[in-house]
Design a protein around this ligand. Structure first.
Ligand code: CA
Ligand code: CA
Length: 459
């Protein structure tokens, strides 16, 4: 068994347990107190198996998280496909919508932001097992100069190479980028894409690996909002900024907590009708396959507490913190909508453009990255939540099909509305950005049949 788990200190951060399963039954479990190398190492276990047996291995990190893989004896798992052979025909969309590749050959694309001039900036992040490796990954700038709705190689530029630059935001001509432990600013970036400036360091932040990849957005108040994920699966923390959303002035001054009790938000946006903040939050693990639900939350004013770590999804007291003895959920702000367990809602946007049919006006699109440890995988899709009068009133799956027979070939991370009104979706597994667009001509029900009906009526 070959394990890649890249760390800076293998005595402190290592694979603590390896579990082996044959045809779903655990057959072996070994505990360790360090790992032999800084990155990739091999462990050998003897077991009896015959062709057709499914052997699964699970490696669990001492800090958090686990990775599983399985093989069928004398067979191999499907390999990840190249962008040109991605099965886009498997993606199910409402009538009239189509999906195509917008940009490919990207390295782990994550958060996106669109400048008023139409430059798309994309942050990136290493896979979970390489977060602490010190590896650099790009911040991209994409300008569709020939206006054909696709990013050709010459239209994709690298602004910088950084450590887990997950967050990107644009304000006053400057690109803001969030690494785990600092916020950077690239002034006048759009006129300097071929020779980007050295960034200014706007703010230093604590280096927390777990849930430390930052999501950032500028609010309508001109302040930079930063998600400060909880540095654990579930815990209380000495750092008052842990498990919050903070905001600060663009120059890094005046940082304050805006919302607390937020486990790990990787997406936020403001309702264009009210200017009020909505954000996604990822629920805790290890309470089972079906609880708690991940959340869409509404934070109209500063100072609200959304429950973590004591209350999950508005109604589940945390059993590890003894909360069920002193029920606390009634003191916390419940989710505006429960999105489902382990779906991993990340980026979200209100849709305000005119390309999509009117029923999508002011609807929130949410990218679901998909579950990493649920027995039956869930998520891996784009959901839509309808919001009216500051109330979430409906939820539907807008795009799905990245998950096939329990194996995902794509993982949506963030959504952004392009200048033409199409919806861009980043995917850090297939390593592409998709473009979902609406074309009325492809809707028999909307155009062809209704036109026929009009003709018949006229006759
Ligand atoms: Ca182009
Ligand atoms: Ca909550």
């Amino acid at each position: 068994m070959t394990i890649t788990h890249t760390v800076s200190d293998p005595a402190r951060h290592y694979i603590k347990t390896v579990d082996l399963f044959k045809n779903g039954q655990k057959i072996l479990s070994e505990d360790y107190t360090s790992q032999p190398t800084l990155a990739t190492f091999t462990r050998s276990y003897q077991l009896n198996a015959t062709a057709g047996d499914v052997i699964a291995a699970k490696a669990t990190c001492v800090i958090a998280g686990s990775r599983s893989a399985e093989i069928t004896v004398a067979e191999k798992r499907l390999a990840i496909q190249s962008a040109s052979s991605l099965p886009l025909d498997k993606i199910k969309l409402p009538p009239g919508f189509k999906i195509e590749i917008y940009a490919e050959n990207l390295t782990y694309p994550r958060s996106m932001t669109m400048s008023p001039n139409g430059t798309l900036f994309i942050g990136t992040r290493q896979p979970f097992e390489l977060l602490d490796s010190g590896e650099l990954s790009p911040v991209y700038a994409i300008k569709d100069e020939n206006g054909n709705g696709k990013a050709e190689p010459g239209e994709i530029r690298i602004v910088d190479m950084l450590k887990n630059p997950n967050g990107v935001a644009f304000h006053d001509g400057a690109l803001y980028v969030a690494e785990i432990d600092r916020i950077l600013r690239y002034d006048g970036i759009e006129s300097r894409l071929d020779s980007p400036p050295e960034p200014a360091v706007v703010k230093e932040l604590p280096y927390y690996i777990l849930h430390g990849w930052r999501y950032i957005r500028f609010g309508p108040d001109g302040k930079l909002y930063i998600a400060m994920g909880a540095n654990c699966n579930v815990c209380t923390h000495d750092d008052p900024l842990n498990a919050t959303i903070v905001r600060m002035n663009p120059d890094g001054t005046g940082m304050e907590v805006y919302a607390r009790g937020v486990r790990n938000s990787v997406g936020m946006d403001w309702d264009p009708r009210t200017g009020e903040l909505w954000f996604t939050d990822n629920g805790r693990d290890e309470l089972g396959n079906d609880v708690p639900s991940d959340e869409l939350n509404h934070a109209p004013v500063p100072g609200l507490d959304f429950g973590f770590p004591y209350c999950h999804s508005g109604s589940i007291p945390d059993p590890d913190l003894g909360s069920d003895e002193s029920y606390v959920c009634h003191e916390k702000v419940p989710p505006a909508w429960c999105l489902g367990p382990h779906v991993a809602p990340l980026g979200m946007r209100f849709y305000t453009s005119s390309m999509f049919p009117s029923e999508y006006q002011n609807c929130v699109f949410i990218a679901e990255h998909g579950s990493w440890n649920r027995d039956t995988p869930i998520g891996y899709r784009v959901a839509a939540v309808r919001i009216d009068n500051n109330t979430a009133i409906g939820h539907e799956i807008f795009a799905e099909g990245w998950l096939e027979n329990g194996i995902a070939w794509g993982r949506p991370v963030d959504v952004e509305v392009a200048k033409d009104g199409s919806l861009l979706v980043s995917d850090d597994l297939a390593q592409v950005v998709y473009r979902i667009y609406f074309t009325e001509a492809s809707v028999p029900g909307h155009s062809w049949i209704s036109r026929l009906a009009q003709v018949i009526y006229m006759i």
